[in-house]
Design a protein around this ligand. Structure first.
Ligand code: 17E
Ligand code: FE2
Length: 420
């Protein structure tokens, strides 16, 4: 069965307007392509590689629902405390159910690649066990990467290092950390040193919850960057959140930008999550809670946006809609010049794929897996301005979903002849 999609506006490719699919792969991307068994007319709509959500906590999804579960102060620390108090009753079935709900939501919005942090500060590694099974079960419809994440601290939680190694041996893809939660600066530094050494030893990537605070003196990003720069491991390393980097002095930031350029370390910003969590100690002016997204991009560093939470102890909202994340993120980061808007989809597509290092299987190019989405808009500017819906999500040439353009049953139409 050969399928052909015609009249496509392919993101980042102004030459081609047709896509030919055979055997789960892109057979050709171009113009006037050969005949196919089925031809689908996209009527000029925007085609993108699937959305990537490179930072999500699938084991926490919906933990914040229900009476008495709300995070009153709205801070990171209250979130961690509430999770710690409640996680003891967690079972594999509960994690599986939560994760399935979250993944379904993300799939419904056109996501096909997810990196999830899984709390390993749990003697039974309940979350890791459940998610390793799901990663395998669902691999045909969604690519999942698992981060062994010590939510309660690498040192602060007794035995976290051994649990992390166990998670690696079970098959975790990435090592996490949370240096700003350790009991001293020295403990945070030592945790990063050990995590970097472990990651190199086990040949896995690194993704640290790093300086997720408003403290301009929080310096773990500098330390992480130094360790990975020395080992030439920046490309395999991601600093998530780094919200404090939005609070540091310009003179310090400029020095650091030079070092980030050298190391090529990656960044993830979670705009809705951190707009909610940060600035809680401020009156006015009140901080936006983001890292220096625009400056890091201009510096040549890879930056991606992510959802982080869906109704958990840290954040009461979230539905897996990456368009909402992108919309919030570009506003908060002032990434709103037309030239920036035109390339902003990179932040929820290619940049996340770079972080997950799935580039070989990602992008609308001949020979790659036929994974893509179609938006109800003619170009990136219209798509972002209108927050366009995803109309189709296709994985290995098959539909994950396909939906009709929304139609009114009844409406006043100011633009039609009859209302003149
Ligand atoms: N854990 C953490 O340390 N920070 C967050 N933003 C979330 C979980 C959601
Ligand atoms: Fe997170």
């Amino acid at each position: 069965m050969i399928k052909k999609y015609v009249n496509a506006h392919i993101y980042g490719n102004s030459e081609a307007d047709e896509i030919l699919i055979e055997n789960r792969q892109f057979k050709a991307v171009g113009n006037n392509l050969p005949e196919a068994d089925e031809v689908i007319d996209l009527e000029g709509r925007l085609v993108l590689p699937p959305y990537v959500d490179p930072h999500l906590h699938l084991d926490y999804i919906f933990s914040g629902l229900g009476e008495g579960n709300a995070n009153i102060s709205g801070t990171l620390f209250e979130g961690i405390q509430r999770w710690s108090d409640n996680k003891k009753s967690l079972t594999e079935e509960m994690v599986r159910e939560r994760a399935l709900k979250g993944i379904q939501k993300e799939l419904n919005h056109g996501v096909q690649f997810i990196r999830t942090h899984v709390d390993i500060t749990d003697p039974n590694l309940t979350g890791m066990k459940a998610l390793i099974k799901l990663r395998e079960e669902l691999k045909d419809i969604v690519t999942i990467q698992l981060v062994a994440f010590p939510q309660e601290g690498f040192f602060r939680y007794q035995g976290a290092e051994a649990l992390m190694i166990k998670a690696l041996e079970m098959g975790a893809d990435v090592l996490g950390g949370i240096p700003h939660f350790e009991i001293s600066y020295e403990h945070g530094v030592e945790s990063l040193k050990r995590i970097v050494d472990l990651a190199i030893k086990y040949n896995v990537m690194i993704d640290i919850h790093c300086d997720e605070n408003d403290d301009p003196n929080s310096r773990f990003l500098e330390v992480l960057n130094a360790f990975v720069m020395e080992k030439d491991y920046g490309k395999y390393t991601t600093a998530s959140h780094t919200t404090s980097f939005g609070s540091v002095e310009n003179s310090y930031a400029n020095k650091m930008l030079g070092l980030f350029k050298e190391s090529q370390i990656n960044f993830i910003s979670c705009p809705t999550e951190n707009a909610h969590l940060q600035g809680r100690g401020d009156t006015y002016p009140k901080r936006r809670g983001l890292t220096r997204v625009k400056e890091l991009l201009a510096n040549g560093n890879n930056v991606a946006f992510a959802q982080d939470s869906i109704a958990d102890y840290w954040y009461p909202l979230g539905n897996g809609n990456m368009m909402n994340i992108l919309d919030n993120g570009i506003h908060l980061a002032h990434y709103t010049h037309i030239d920036e808007i035109n390339k902003a989809f990179d932040l929820i597509t290619y940049h996340g794929a770079n972080i997950m290092r799935v580039n070989d299987a990602y992008g609308i190019e001949e020979g790659k897996p036929a994974n893509f989405i179609v938006l109800d808009a003619k170009d990136p500017y219209e798509a972002i301005r209108e927050r366009a819906e995803v109309l189709m999500s296709i994985r290995h040439g098959e539909y994950i979903f396909k939906r009709e353009v929304r139609k009114n049953e009844l409406a006043i139409d100011l633009l039609s002849e009859s209302t003149k």
